[in-house]
Design a protein around this ligand. Structure first.
Ligand code: ZN
Length: 440
């Protein structure tokens, strides 16, 4: 499914089917290419795996109207034909009544498939711009039941969400408001969110202290009260118990590709295309400067070309670090590519090597007389007044750089859903040394 507040559509479908079907694994919230020009906000799709009956081993994944929702880990439970038809009817009815078909940027769609199309299709949709014909061909080939509304582009995300097999993954616990509160001001206590953030180290992107931004609360008038992201579903449940808020109507834990950097592709500058997201290494050839609106720009070069990089005004304090770069520094830029002019919109940067910077401390000393020479004028060198000896170089001293090598990221208030926070990157490099856990 894709479009509108898609997670709420999934929540409603779960409510309708939970007595007659098994939910297999966690529902999936899959974010797609954040740079496609016609995207809905957040560009996400939802996927539910549904089986015949409940298995024995069950895992709690949420609560709807006081009733516990569980999923089964068993993936081998096939639906009968009448169960499939019934399920298709429920999905169609829910998407048509709940997806915001009237919203001009929303293009809902749903897809039912008995087998997973290749994982490649997910990678294509999260990293590039895919055309509709390609997905329709794929759906025919796999005998899908599907329906696309308006420009039908929702089918692309919905199909990609089915194809996704988590390589890296995170979870999000989403809470929903009772219907009568939708569209009204949300009450979520900011201080309790800060406490929760400090107490549960496996959660991320909760609260931006520097910019006073409570990131778990959405800005749109959707049914969501808040969403907490993290690496451990059990910890998310405990974390949400710490958050003081208005009453919650229901909650669900989703497995997601948020915070994984799945959208980024390592490229050389000549391979960079608009609407994609890249990791590219280059040398700073034009140092950072600030333009009107507070945006900071600089230019990098590799053996294949030159490209502009930008830290836009909403990236706030991140710009302070960017302004400290100098010509000759080697950096790895991470970000989405805008078309006119071709620019990398920075999500983070890895400063790999800093050039030594020098400052003039005094005029050169005459080797014969031992006295300081005098300047002959701007860029014209120095001359000894006593004996006439000339020199072009003043006495220089290495200047301490105000930035150190390493990663810098935009603040939480400017973070994209797919961007991997440094907090996760650091933890993963530690875990990689010990071994990894099972896929969800
Ligand atoms: Zn002299």
């Amino acid at each position: 499914m894709n479009g509108g507040c898609t997670t709420y559509v999934a929540r409603t479908i779960i409510e309708k089917i939970m007595d007659d079907y098994a939910i297999i694994g966690y529902p999936r919230l899959v974010r797609l290419n954040p740079n496609v020009p016609w995207k809905t906000r957040g560009n996400g799709a939802l996927c539910l795996q549904v089986g015949k009956t409940r298995g024995n081993k069950r895992q709690k994944i949420g609560m709807i109207d006081g009733q516990e929702i569980s999923c089964s880990p068993d993936r081998s439970l096939e639906l009968s034909e009448s169960q499939q038809e019934n399920l298709a009817r429920i999905v169609k009815e829910t998407v048509e009544t709940q997806a915001r078909v009237d919203d001009e940027n929303t293009n809902p769609g749903y897809v039912l498939l008995q087998e997973k199309p290749p994982l490649d299709f997910y990678w294509k949709v999260v990293t590039t711009v895919v055309n509709l014909d390609e997905v329709i061909n794929l759906l025919h080939k796999h005998r899908a039941v599907y329906e696309g509304y308006k420009n039908k582009r929702g089918l692309i995300g919905a199909t990609a969400a089915i194809c996704w097999e988590p390589g890296d993954w995170t979870y999000e616990l989403i809470t929903y408001r009772p219907r009568q509160r939708w569209g009204t001001k949300r009450h979520v206590d900011a201080r309790s969110v800060q406490h929760m953030d400090a107490k549960y180290p496996n959660t991320f992107d909760n609260y931006d202290i520097e910019n006073h931004h409570n990131r778990i609360v959405p800005a749109s008038p959707c049914p969501i009260l808040y969403g907490i992201r993290g690496d451990s579903p059990d910890e998310l449940v405990m974390a949400s118990e710490q958050v003081k808020s208005e009453p919650i109507e229901s909650w669900l834990v989703f497995v997601t590709n948020q915070g994984t950097d799945d959208h980024l592709q390592r490229k050389s500058i000549d391979q960079i295309k608009p609407y994609e997201s890249v990791i590219v290494q280059g040398t700073v050839v034009e140092p950072p400067f600030t333009i009107q609106g507070g945006h900071v720009l600089f230019r990098i070069q590799d053996r294949t070309g030159i490209i502009d990089c930008a830290a836009y005004e909403p990236t706030k304090g991140f710009r302070k670090s960017i302004r400290k770069l100098s010509e000759g520094d080697i950096v790895e830029a991470y970000g989405g590519v805008r078309e006119h002019p071709l620019t990398i919109n920075l999500e983070k940067i890895n400063v790999k090597q800093l050039v030594p910077l020098t400052i003039k401390v005094e005029n050169p000393v005459c080797p014969t007389c031992g006295k300081h020479m005098k300047s002959k004028g701007t860029n014209q060198g120095y001359k000894c007044r006593n004996c006439g000896t000339s020199s072009s170089e003043p006495v220089l001293q290495e200047k301490k750089r105000s930035i150190t090598p390493g990663f810098y990221e935009v603040p939480i208030c400017a973070r994209r859903h797919l961007s991997k926070p440094l907090k996760r990157m650091m933890k993963q490099s530690a875990v990689a040394a010990i071994g990894t856990s099972d896929t969800p």
